[in-house]
Ligand binder design. Structure first.
Ligand code: ARG
Length: 463
């Protein structure tokens, strides 16, 4: 066979080589070299299957296997000559294999196409990311559960509209995030289970006339089954879209929590002290300790959700099956996965290090008339007032306390009775924040007992 000036892998019908700009827009090697391990793993499985089914000889298969291992170690040692002229990781590997083992290399691509090859490589890579995110979410959840256990009865303000609403416990607040990341974890597992079918052997789009064994390659690569429709197998990027969707929801959760840490660590709140390990100083203001890690985590949703919107937009309107547009699937998934993993690791570290300022939390919980609802409930329970009337009486008492510049427990009984004559000493029992949280015993409520039950439940799940 004579080599052409055009691409040695597909240049048979071409007289001329590509324009430099064509090479620049077409080549993906700069980023898809990241799939080298998956590409070689897929090729090894494919070659073994070709030999097992008698499509190639055992000798060729073992030459291919040895050659691929050499390519792998060349890439891993950093002295692999990646070439943009060879477009992508698939052709870079195959071309180097040819240099190393000669003719048998040309048999590797029997009954395969880059279309099923890239779908397989990318799926294997994304599957690893699902597993990495799974582990990182569990680590973060464990750090949060430890915080919840330590502070099951520390009182803090609960907010709506970022206005003090009712006292809650620190543990309860930590566990709210455990629930959120727990849903993220179950989403990751759902998506991972759904995506675990093998595209390999779908070939270009229609399947192949060679007597291949797709079950064999699927199981060698840890897939549950071969993808059942060859057209779908090469056209599908749902696994990447689902990864980005999962990643975006997690990044959104991280962003909400990061925002709370930024607020809580401010001098105005002082709810928590973030460790030096996850803070930075200012180059001009010596007193400053900035929550940079929290701020960056808060921001990561931008690029991660951007990647999701980006890939949805690439995929929308693409006719079946493969189109080169789909080469634009990788960089944004790589970037999103890297940044999500970084954000999860940083958040885990911050949570593990974070020190709650128990006295500021309690002081804040006691201000802002946070037990007003307890007062109204007491009026309903003890004086049999309709809740609407109790709400009105309480509102009047809050107005009175505000005018006097005191909190509800500091109003005298005479003051209280001037608003409603039947109020008695017993009311003071519900005006403390400790009693308020302890009374919220409904399932999933903020009472320390309930928090401890949920801590146990999560410890069981996470162990
Ligand atoms: N580099 C390509 C990609 O990432 C590989 C598949 C190329 N297939 C093709 N028919 N040109 O999508």
């Amino acid at each position: 066979m004579t080599k052409k000036t055009s691409n040695a892998m597909w240049g048979g019908r071409f007289a001329d080589g590509p324009d430099a700009i064509m090479t620049a827009i077409n080549a993906s090697i700069d980023f898809d070299k990241r799939l080298y391990a998956q590409d070689i793993q897929g090729s090894r499985a494919h070659a073994a299957m070709l030999a097992a089914t008698g499509i190639i000889s055992d000798n060729d298969a073992s030459a291919i296997r040895e050659g691929l291992l050499t390519v792998l170690s060349e890439i891993e040692s950093g002295d692999f000559p990646f070439s943009a002229a060879l477009e992508d990781i698939h052709m870079n590997v195959e071309s180097r294999l040819k240099d190393l083992i000669g003719e048998p290399a040309g048999r590797l691509h029997t009954a395969r196409s880059r279309n099923d090859q890239v779908a397989t490589d990318f799926k294997l890579w994304v599957r690893d990311q699902f597993d990495a995110v799974d582990a990182a979410l569990q680590a973060l959840m464990s750090a949060l559960v430890a915080q919840a256990e330590a502070g099951a009865d520390w009182v803090m303000p609960g907010f709506t509209h970022l206005q003090t609403a009712q006292p809650v416990t620190w543990g309860h607040h930590m566990l709210a995030y455990v629930e959120m990341f727990g849903r993220d974890l179950s989403r990751v597992r759902d998506a991972r289970a759904r995506m675990n079918t093998s595209p390999l052997g779908a070939a270009a789009l229609a399947g192949t006339s060679f007597p291949i064994d797709r079950h064999m390659t699927a199981s060698a690569l840890g897939f549950d089954a071969p993808a059942a429709n060859s057209l779908d197998a090469v056209a599908d990027r749902d696994f990447a879209l689902e990864f980005l969707s999962c990643a975006s929801i997690t990044a959104m959760h991280l962003s909400r929590f990061a925002e709370e840490l930024v607020i809580w660590s401010s001098a105005q709140f002082r709810f928590v002290a973030l460790s030096d390990r996850f803070s930075t100083g200012s180059s001009i203001m010596p007193q400053k300790k900035n929550p940079d890690a929290a701020e960056l985590i808060r921001a990561k949703i931008g690029r991660i959700l951007g990647a999701m919107v980006g890939l949805f937009t690439v995929m929308k309107g693409l006719p079946l099956t493969y189109s080169k547009d789909m080469q634009e699937d990788k960089e944004q998934v790589f970037d999103a996965a890297d940044n999500l993993m970084l954000a999860l690791a940083a958040m885990s570290g911050m949570v593990a290090d974070m020190n709650a300022n128990v006295s500021s939390l309690e002081a804040a919980a006691s201000s802002g008339f946070s037990t007003a609802t307890d007062l109204a409930d007491w009026l309903v329970r003890e004086l049999d007032l309709p809740f609407r009337d109790a709400h009105y009486v309480t509102g009047t008492l809050v107005g009175m306390a505000e005018k006097q510049g005191v909190d509800l427990p500091e109003l005298t009984l005479a003051d209280m009775q001037s608003v409603h004559g039947e109020i008695n000493e017993g009311v003071y029992g519900v005006l403390t924040v400790q009693n308020s949280v302890a009374s919220r015993q409904s399932y999933g409520g903020t009472a320390p007992d309930q928090v401890r039950l949920q801590v146990k439940r999560w410890q069981e799940i996470l162990k």
